[in-house]
Design a protein around this ligand. Structure first.
Ligand code: DX5
Ligand code: ZN
Length: 223
């Protein structure tokens, strides 16, 4: 089982890109566990962000775990580049991988932890066969593509279902939830079974990011 304090992963997407080093230092000071890097290609999602070059710059500024979320079509083409850039964890979308088992094994063969993400309309049941092979599942609580969207309430039920599956199939696997996390919904999200909260807007746009981080990390995790 993972540790009992909730893990916090600020999403770099909402950071100040004119001063990335300061944004990362703020996340570190706030006790964040992972730096979440949202990679978008304009094909799998209707937005474009950045590639391995920026991930490398982020990794050079911190000793936090670099958690790279690939919202890209055919991610196998770029997995090695993102690991070389310093990613410790690579998460791909189930919806973007026709040979998901092969992709997961490929990530692991390159020495990174392997995660799979599912969109709000994808049921957790699609993960059943791959679950024993995963280090983490990233459950999307918004449709991927943009920061600052509203949390989809039905995600809470999906977290609970995934948590029950995890306990039977792979108790050491981490459940992360991504999109629209705020102090208002974080309690329910963690109570349903989340181990890690991804927070872009809620952290970087907070008037007091350090206080927000300690609140988000303060919810007690399920066993
Ligand atoms: C959405 C991204 C998320 C998102 C988080 O496509 O995967 O990581 O940017 O940002 P907030 O917390 O603002 O929803
Ligand atoms: Zn993300």
């Amino acid at each position: 089982m993972p540790a009992t304090t909730t893990l916090l992963a600020p999403s770099i997407l909402s950071a100040d890109f004119t001063d990335l080093r300061a944004s990362i230092a703020l996340a570190e000071k706030a006790g964040a566990d992972w730096m979440h890097c949202d990679v978008m290609d304009g094909v799998f999602v209707p937005n474009i962000t950045f590639g391995p070059f920026i991930v490398q710059a982020v990794a050079a500024c911190t000793s936090m775990t670099i958690d790279t979320h690939l919202m890209i079509a055919d991610p196998d083409r770029f997995i090695a580049d993102f690991i070389k850039a310093g990613s410790h964890q690579i998460t791909v979308h189930q919806e973007a991988c026709p040979h998901l088992h092969r992709t997961v094994q490929y990530i692991k063969s390159l020495g990174a932890k392997a995660g799979v993400s599912i969109n709000p309309a994808t049921p957790v049941s699609v993960l059943e066969s791959i679950l024993p092979d995963l280090d983490l599942v990233l459950l999307m609580s918004v449709n991927p593509g943009f920061g600052g969207q509203k949390f989809i309430p039905s995600s809470v039920e999906k977290i609970a279902r995934l948590h029950a599956m995890r306990n039977g199939l792979n108790p050491g696997m981490v459940i992360a939830v991504d999109g629209g996390i705020t102090d208002e919904n974080a309690g329910d999200v963690v109570a349903a079974g989340a181990d890690a909260l991804i927070a872009g807007t809620a952290f970087f746009k907070a008037t007091d990011p350090v206080a927000t981080a300690s609140k988000l990390k303060g919810y007690s995790r399920h066993s």
